[in-house]
Design a protein around this ligand. Structure first.
Ligand SMILES: Cc1cc2nc3c(=O)[nH]c(=O)nc-3n(C[C@H](O)[C@H](O)[C@H](O)COP(=O)(O)OP(=O)(O)OC[C@H]3O[C@@H](n4cnc5c(N)ncnc54)[C@H](O)[C@@H]3O)c2cc1C
Length: 416
C-alpha cells in the first residue's frame, strides 16, 4: 500500500476500513540466502537496504518478540553526528544524511525533526574540547556551531546559568541533530523490506547455530531449523547471549539504560539539550512530554528495568541545569538492554566462522546509527567486504590496537 494525502482523506471519509497490515506474517521457508537474527531497527534496516540497494531477494528477519519490542522502541529518539574520531564521524554523518531523506525513501512518516542538539559546557577546558570536536565535525562535512553563554541564554532563558558548581558557559550545537519517532522507524523499514519480499518472522527465537567445520549453514529456532548461506546477527542488548551459542565471547557487556517522560507541557525546549558535567539529556516530544535519560545502571544485566540510584542521578542532572523540570510530573519510565563495548564503539564485521556475521556494541548511540548501520551491514553481507565508512568497526581491533575510544575512558564499558 502506498501512502498519499489522497489516501488519508479517502480513508477518513470511509471510516478507516481500507488500511491493511503493513507487513505480512509469513511462515518461515526451509532456506534463505540471508537470515538476519533480530528484528530491531538495525536488523530491519539491513534487510531493507539488502533488498533495495543490493538486489538480494531471499531474505528473512527472525525476531524473538514483536517488531519494536527491543531498544528501537525504547530509546530517547535522539539523532546527531557530533563525533570526533575518524573511525566514527564519517559513519555517523552518513547516517544523518540517510535520516534526512528517510521518509521520502520509504514513504512512511517517521517524524524526522532536525530541531538541533546542544551540548552544554561549564568550564574553559571543556569549551576547548568542544571547539576541537566541532572542528573535527566540520572537517568531516558535518555542521557545528559554538555558542557562548549569551547565545544559550537567548535560546533557553530558563536554564540555571548561575549554578555554583556547574555554571553554563556555552555550548556546542549541531543544528542538523534532533529527534525521530523511534517505533515509526521500525515500522517504516519493516514495511519497505516486506514490500521487497523480505520475510519478517515474529515470535521466532534463534536458539542455536548450525556450525560444522567452521562454517555456519543456518540456525535453530523456536519454529524449527532454517538453513541459510549467510547468517547476520543483529540483536543489540542480547549480543553476548546469542553469540555465545556460536562459541564466541565478545568484548561487550550488557547493562540496562532507563528513560523517562513527563506529562505534556507547552513547547519549551527548542531541541535536544545535554548537561556537560554529568549525564543528562532531554528533548520535548511532539505531544509535549519532556523525554530524558542519563547513565546506564552500572551493573551487568539482561533485565529491561533499572533501579532507583540511577533515577536519582538522572533527576539530579536535570535539576542542575533546568530546575523547572522539578515542577513537572513524571508519567512513565522504562529500560532497555544496552550492548556496551569496551571502547564505546560498535562492530560491523564477519566473524571467524564462515557465513556468520555480527553487528552490535551500539552502546548509548545505536538509534541514530540505524540507517548507516543497516546500509553498511547490507554492504558487508552483499559484497563480503566492509563499507569504507564502517571499516574501523572490526572485531579484532582490540588485538591490533585500533580502539575507537571517543570518550578516552579506556576499557570501562559502564563509562562509555
Ligand atoms: C532507554 C534508552 C535510550 C536510548 N536513547 C538513544 C538515543 O537517544 N539515541 C540513540 O542513538 N540511541 C539511543 N539508545 C540506543 C539504541 O536504542 C540502541 O543502540 C539501538 O536501538 C540498538 O539496535 P536495534 O534497534 O537493532 O536494537 P533492538 O530493537 O533491541 O533489536 C534487537 C532485537 O533482537 C531481538 N533478539 C534478541 N535475541 C534474539 C534471538 N535469540 N532470536 C531472535 N531475535 C532476538 C530482540 O528481541 C530485539 O527486538 C537508547 C537505548 C535505550 C535502552
Amino acid at each position: 500500500m502506498r501512502y498519499s494525502g489522497f489516501k488519508v482523506i479517502k480513508e477518513a471519509l470511509s471510516g478507516h476500513k481500507g488500511w491493511k497490515p503493513v507487513w505480512r506474517e509469513p511462515e518461515p521457508k526451509k532456506h534463505y540466502d540471508i537470515i538476519i537474527v533480530g528484528g530491531g531497527g538495525h536488523g530491519l534496516a539491513t534487510a531493507y537496504y539488502l533488498a533495495k540497494e543490493f538486489g538480494e531477494k531471499n531474505i528473512a528477519v527472525l525476531e524473538k518478540g514483536w517488531i519494536g519490542s527491543g531498544n528501537i522502541g525504547r530509546n530517547t529518539t535522539i539523532i546527531r553526528s557530533n563525533y570526533m574520531l575518524p573511525g566514527n564521524e564519517p559513519f555517523y554523518e552518513q547516517s544523518l544524511k540517510l535520516w534526512e531523506n528517510l521518509e521520502q525513501d520509504f514513504n512512511y512518516n517517521a517524524m524526522v525533526s532536525q530541531r538541533s542538539i546542544l551540548n552544554l559546557f561549564h568550564n574553559d577546558p571543556q569549551r576547548d574540547a568542544f571547539v576541537r570536536r566541532g572542528n573535527a565535525m566540520m572537517l568531516a562535512g558535518a555542521d557545528a556551531v559554538l555558542l557562548d553563554e549569551q547565545g544559550i541564554r537567548d535560546l533557553c532563558p530558563y536554564l540555571d546559568y548561575d549554578n555554583a558548581r556547574f555554571p553554563i558557559k556555552g555550548g556546542l550545537m549541531q543544528p542538523r541533530g534532533g529527534t525521530v519517532r523511534h517505533d515509526a522507524v521500525a515500522w517504516g523499514y519493516a514495511r519497505g523490506a516486506d514490500q521487497r519480499g523480505v520475510d519478517i518472522i515474529q515470535n521466532c527465537e534463534v536458539t542455536g547455530f548450525d556450525i560444522n567445520d567452521g562454517i555456519c549453514s543456518g540456525v535453530e529456532t523456536s519454529k524449527g531449523k532454517i538453513s541459510a548461506n549467510k547468517v547476520a546477527v543483529c540483536v543489540a542488548g542480547s549480543s553476548g547471549r546469542v553469540m555465545s551459542m556460536a562459541g564466541m565471547r565478545l568484548p561487550i557487556e550488557s547493562h540496562v539504560l532507563q528513560a523517562f517522560v513527563t506529562e505534556g507541557l507547552k513547547p519549551v525546549l527548542p531541541g535536544v539539550i545535554t548537561f556537560g558535567a554529568g549525564h543528562f539529556y532531554c528533548s520535548q516530544s511532539d505531544k509535549g512530554g519532556l523525554v530524558f535519560g542519563g547513565d546506564i545502571d552500572g551493573y551487568n544485566t539482561y533485565a529491561q528495568r533499572g533501579n532507583l540510584p540511577v533515577v536519582e542521578d538522572v533527576c539530579e542532572g536535570g535539576m542542575a541545569i533546568m530546575p523547572m523540570i522539578g515542577r513537572s510530573r513524571l508519567l512513565r519510565s522504562w529500560g532497555g538492554i544496552m550492548d556496551m563495548s569496551m571502547d564505546g564503539s560498535p562492530f560491523i564485521d564477519k566473524t571467524h566462522i564462515d557465513g556468520l556475521y555480527f553487528n552490535g556494541g551500539w552502546c548509548y548511540g545505536g538509534f541514530k546509527a540505524t540507517p548507516a548501520s543497516g546500509w553498511c551491514y547490507a554492504h558487508l553481507l552483499a559484497k563480503d567486504e566492509p563499507h569504507p565508512n564502517a571499516s574501523a568497526y572490526r572485531l579484532d581491533r582490540f588485538l591490533k590496537g585500533g580502539m575507537i575510544d571517543e570518550k578516552g575512558m579506556g576499557a570501562q564499558p559502564n563509562l562509555h
